[in-house]
Design a protein around this ligand. Structure first.
Ligand code: SF4
Ligand code: SF4
Length: 206
């Protein structure tokens, strides 16, 4: 009760406690925090460390749609549907060539266990864990974050373009395979040396 009244008095007099980062060694010491008490969230909140692992973000412009993050995820909460492009789409900010679109790039943060493995394997470092930790939802379906920059119509269009390209490529390969084998270059005719029949020997020759 004494402690409660003490803090009540401090709040009443507008004597807010000094903000000390959790990374400081003396964060929990009495001198600085003047005793631990419940933070008045969201007006007061713990500072977020720089290396904190909270909500994921994908900078889709830099994503090469390699699928490594989805493969390593232990809880299978990353869903990627790639659409290939016949040509290079753009360069990522680290110079990597982007040759695939992501018609779907969804991360279900309700399933995520915040292990951070997906960010460590990402070759372009476009997938990062942000400092956003307060994102509860009433509907669990709202915890699925969509990062694709294509509309369903655009994705369909890109898929048709790639299918056309593949069909043309296959047709060209088939035409090449069915062509009759080229005639062998004619060998130059070898002239046979004329062998004159030997003259029958006569008595004069001996
Ligand atoms: S942090 Fe871990 S669980 Fe969450 S999406 Fe990445 S790999 Fe999956
Ligand atoms: S690992 Fe990185 S580059 Fe590869 S698909 Fe995932 S986010 Fe994109």
């Amino acid at each position: 009760m004494k402690l409660t009244w003490k803090h009540f008095k401090r709040v009443f007099l507008g004597q807010k406690r000094e903000h000390v980062a959790t990374s400081k060694d003396n964060y929990f010491s009495k001198e600085n925090s003047d005793g631990m008490f419940t933070l008045q969230y969201p007006k007061e909140s713990f500072p977020v460390p720089d290396n904190g692992r909270y909500r994921l973000h994908n900078e889709i412009e830099d994503c090469i749609v390699c699928d490594k993050c989805a493969k390593i995820c232990p809880v299978d909460c990353i869903d990627i549907v790639p659409v290939r492009s016949p040509t290079e789409i753009r360069k990522a900010s680290d110079g990597s060539s982007v040759k695939m679109y992501a018609s779907t790039f969804d991360i279900d943060m309700a399933k995520c266990c915040y292990c951070g493995l997906c960010t460590t394997v990402c070759p372009t470092e476009c997938l990062t864990m942000t400092k956003t930790y307060d994102y509860s939802e009433f509907d669990v379906r709202d915890m699925v974050y969509e990062f694709s920059d294509l509309t369903p119509e655009e994705a369909k269009e890109k898929q048709v373009l790639f299918d056309d390209y593949q069909a043309k490529k296959k047709a060209a390969a088939a035409t090449k395979a069915t062509k009759p084998a080229g005639a062998k270059p004619a060998m130059p005719a070898i002239k046979k040396p004329m062998i004159k029949p030997a003259k029958p020997k006569t008595d004069e020759d001996s």
